[in-house]
Design a protein around this ligand. Structure first.
Ligand SMILES: *Cc1c(COP(=O)(O)O)cnc(C)c1O
Length: 452
């Protein structure tokens, strides 16, 4: 048995571990010292530790550790990484749902500082919080007497159920009791407020008579939920809001995706204006689905009910912050948000952009071809609605390096290939998708550097 070495012998091979430069030595690199001031020390140390791991794994020469650590530094003090969404799925919950418009981003930047958020600069007195966004909502949906905002669509339902139905009954169609994702179920959410659910009808068919028989002195309201993430086909029937509104109790309608007006491309998707006009007393929706804004929950309806919601103690716990209100106001007042543009993109334009990308990739020696590809609304919206379009088909081996690149590009792997769908990529970023794909192909050796 060899004795434990007490000190390295001059001739002994240096173990890889000993060659890993010490953290403080690496941090003395002026580029990392500057980054520690700009980004804070934690993220810089993280980058150094990852670079040390790479040296330890013999992936990197010790003398290059500074360059490698600098390369691993994030651009900003967040671990969130920007992603180019090349999946063709417009509202991708895992990719943060709706991307904000340039106007909404600018509004967030303004709101991030001191602002006249609850303050009237004319009088120097306190002003109503969120006045601008509520005005914009009422202008966008004139059928609503008033509006209120909470943190998300689920919070809107919780507030309505708590304020209006605690200890009472909510009458709801059995086919509308949905799970909204990540294991959260609307019936559980509603019952957690102390309301009782009175389920009517069957999974596939519910009639006006079912509701009529269930409505009684204990009924707080009838709840109509748009089953946004699935479709029942075949022998089905549901009761329109206009008929439910004849039963003498308020109808609360959860439209889910936040369309304020009808969208001809999405005929099955309910909108706030139509359901209010049909007699819904309240409409609830998410702001970060088809509305294309930040995460928030919209409540639109009669002045009397909105007042009750606004005054309920729970409203304070669910209230939205200034960044969200600013982004939402700019989404409502500003130009068409990216989500709407992506849904309504001209398939022909998509084909042209795909052809340009495929040709540029082919010119660099990569196999790439334009192929028809259907996009989707996603995020639990417009199930079964295919958005006609095109994608560029490349080798599946590019998926992982593209995901890990800067910026990350997330495509769709299907049929043994990677499909890059430009629907949700801002047109001015097409060149970035090209550059990222070439870089990914180089990194996995699919192509070689041209010209030597
Ligand atoms: C998405 C959705 C919800 C939940 O809204 P969040 O904003 O995600 O909380 C509730 N109901 C319906 C019908 C939905 O589509």
């Amino acid at each position: 048995m060899a004795p434990e070495p007490s000190a390295p012998q001059p001739s002994a091979p240096v173990t890889p571990y000993r060659r890993v430069p010490r953290t403080d030595t690496v941090l003395a690199d002026p580029r990392l010292a500057e980054a520690a001031v700009r980004l804070g020390p934690v993220l810089v140390k993280q980058a150094v530790r990852r670079a040390q791991d790479m040296v330890r794994a013999a992936e990197v020469m010790p003398e290059r550790i500074g360059d490698v650590a600098v390369g691993l530094l994030p651009d900003h003090a967040t671990t969130l990484r920007p992603v180019l969404n090349a999946t063709g799925v417009v509202i991708h919950t895992n990719l943060g749902r709706a991307p904000l418009s340039a106007q909404a981003r600018a509004a967030v930047d303004i709101a991030a500082g001191y602002v006249d958020f609850e303050y009237d600069t004319d009088t120097g007195r306190r002003d109503r919080r969120g006045r601008g966004v509520l005005d914009a909502l009422r202008a966008a949906v004139p059928d609503a007497g008033d509006a209120h905002l909470v943190n998300n669509g689920a919070a809107a339902l919780v507030l309505v159920a708590t304020a209006l139905a605690q200890g009472k009954e909510i009458v709801v169609g059995r086919g509308e009791l949905i799970e909204i994702g990540d294991g959260f179920r609307l019936p559980d959410l509603l019952v957690s407020t102390g309301a009782r659910l009175r389920e009517v009808g069957t999974t596939n068919r519910t009639h006006l008579g079912d509701y009529r028989a269930a409505v009684g002195p204990d009924t707080a309201f009838i709840l109509k939920i748009h089953p946004s993430n699935f479709r029942v086909e075949g022998f089905t029937s549901e009761v329109p809001v206009a008929e439910l509104a004849t039963l003498g109790v308020p109808v609360v309608a959860d439209i889910g995706s936040g369309l304020l007006r009808p969208d001809p491309l999405l005929p099955a998707e309910p909108d706030a204006a139509t359901w209010l006009r049909q007699g819904a007393a309240l409409v609830t929706a998410s702001a970060d689905k088809l509305l294309g804004g930040p995460q928030a929950g919209l409540l639109l309806g009669t002045q009397e009910l909105i007042d009750r919601l606004r005054r309920h103690p729970l409203a304070r716990a669910l209230r939205v912050d200034k960044l969200t209100l600013a982004a939402l106001e700019a989404t409502l007042r500003g130009p068409e948000p990216p989500v709407r543009r992506a849904v309504h993109i001209d398939p022909e334009r998509l084909r042209e952009r795909s052809a340009v990308l495929a040709a540029a990739l082919t010119a660099r020696g990569l196999d790439a071809a334009v192929t028809p590809h259907e996009g989707a609304v996603g995020g639990g919206g417009a199930p079964g609605v295919a958005l006609p379009g095109f994608a560029v088909r490349v080798c599946e081996a590019l998926a992982a390096p593209l995901r890990r690149g800067r910026p990350a590009v997330v495509g769709r792997t299907a049929q043994g290939a990677l499909l890059l769908d430009l629907r949700c990529v801002p047109e001015e970023r097409d060149g970035d998708v090209l550059a990222a794909t070439v870089a990914a192909a180089l990194s996995v050796g699919l192509i070689a550097l041209a010209g030597g």
